[in-house]
Write a protein that binds this ligand. Structure first.
Ligand code: 10G
Ligand code: SF4
Length: 332
């Protein structure tokens, strides 16, 4: 569907219609690992396999896995004793691990290793008795999991406006961490506001906003600046997908909308539109993007030109508890 020349796109003044496709887009390494984890667990143990919360925030991924026998639950008390439960890619607090152990559940932890890294940072700063300012969105599962590592030391900061109300025990012992899927630019603003109030603020040892989030925001900026319309494929509860719409508008797109799939595109969005740019969040299967490109092709838009902003090659090993059972099954 896309003509991938690896070069900046040359827009065709003759046709007056163009489609630009962001690269990278779609699945990150953590999502790929989490989805394969549920698929392999279903193959190995048979249905049902329980999953606490949506494995990733995409309604098509969830319904596809449901059709294969996965059962998504909100909390562990919905999982029958003795059953297997997978923890989602967004991570869980130590209290959830403890509850699973108490209930005798077999667990497979599909938390992305880059989220686990932030949990380790939280534990380390709390161990050194720092007040930790966690930049993120209230109620998001990742934030609940990370905050649960050190609830007495962590307070949530959602935006620069929150900074005025922050109170800490010792202004010389304050550190910040963040959710992995935030807007890079907004987070820098929030950190600057915090640092103005607490000049001795300690940074995390490395970026908490992960490579995939950063790359997808970089890529959407590239395709947004000349676009009349940017379509972002992703679900409404997908934080990183929602951020892509905001970043596209800030980068100069005349309009930008998020859709779960092509069926949600409003034909009126295309009126008078010359350049349509397309991207997708980190939890979005590529066939949904293909559906959007087909929708556009049926309305006279040509094949998409890919715009490359970064290369990605990261792959994570499956959770060790699953690898162990897969090896045992191979030997049997
Ligand atoms: O963007 P959020 O955090 O809402 O999640 P997602 O499932 O849509 O995308 C993958 C990102 C994670 C698993 C969070 S680390
Ligand atoms: Fe991991 Fe980043 Fe993907 Fe989250 S968005 S699952 S931190 S790679």
């Amino acid at each position: 569907m896309s003509t991938d020349l690896g070069l900046p796109p040359v827009l065709d003044p003759e046709t007056a219609k163009n489609v630009l496709l962001a690269a990278p887009r779609g699945y990150c390494a953590g999502v790929d690992r989490a989805v394969i984890t549920v698929e392999k667990a279903l193959d190995l143990y048979g249905a049902p396999v329980y999953v606490r919360k949506q494995i990733v925030h995409n309604k098509h991924v969830v319904s596809d896995l449901e059709s294969r026998g996965a059962v998504f639950v909100e909390e562990l008390d919905e999982v029958p004793a003795g059953q297997t439960v997978v923890f989602s890619a967004h991570g869980v607090s130590p209290a959830v691990h403890a509850e699973a152990q108490e209930r005798g559940l077999k667990t497979i932890d599909a938390t992305c290793p880059l989220v686990t890294k932030v949990h380790h940072e939280a534990k380390r700063f709390a161990g050194d008795d720092y007040d930790i300012l966690l930049i993120g969105h209230a109620g998001h599962e990742e934030v609940e999991g990370t905050a649960g590592e050190a609830p007495d030391h962590i307070q949530l900061v959602e935006s620069p406006a929150d900074v005025a109300h922050i109170e800490v025990r010792d202004p010389a012992k304050v550190a910040w961490l963040s959710q992995t899927t935030l807007s890079v630019d907004e987070t820098l603003e929030t950190v600057a506001a915090i640092r103005e109030k607490f000049p001795l603020l300690l940074d995390p040892p490395s970026d908490d906003i992960c490579y995939a989030t950063q790359n997808r925001q970089l890529a959407v900026k590239e395709i947004a600046k000349d676009a009349d319309l940017v379509i972002v494929v992703g679900s409404g509860n997908s934080s990183n997908s929602v951020r892509l719409v905001e970043v596209a508008l800030e980068a100069g797109a005349k309009a930008s909308y998020r859709v779960d799939d092509a069926s949600e595109i409003d034909e009126a969005w295309l009126e008078g539109v010359s350049t349509v740019s397309v991207t997708s969040g980190a939890s979005v299967p590529e066939d949904l993007v293909d559906g959007v490109l087909s929708f556009l092709a049926e309305r006279g838009y040509p094949d998409a030109k890919a715009v490359h902003s970064a290369e990605e090659s990261l792959i994570f090993a499956l959770p060790p508890e699953l690898r162990r059972d897969l090896r045992a099954a191979q030997r049997a």
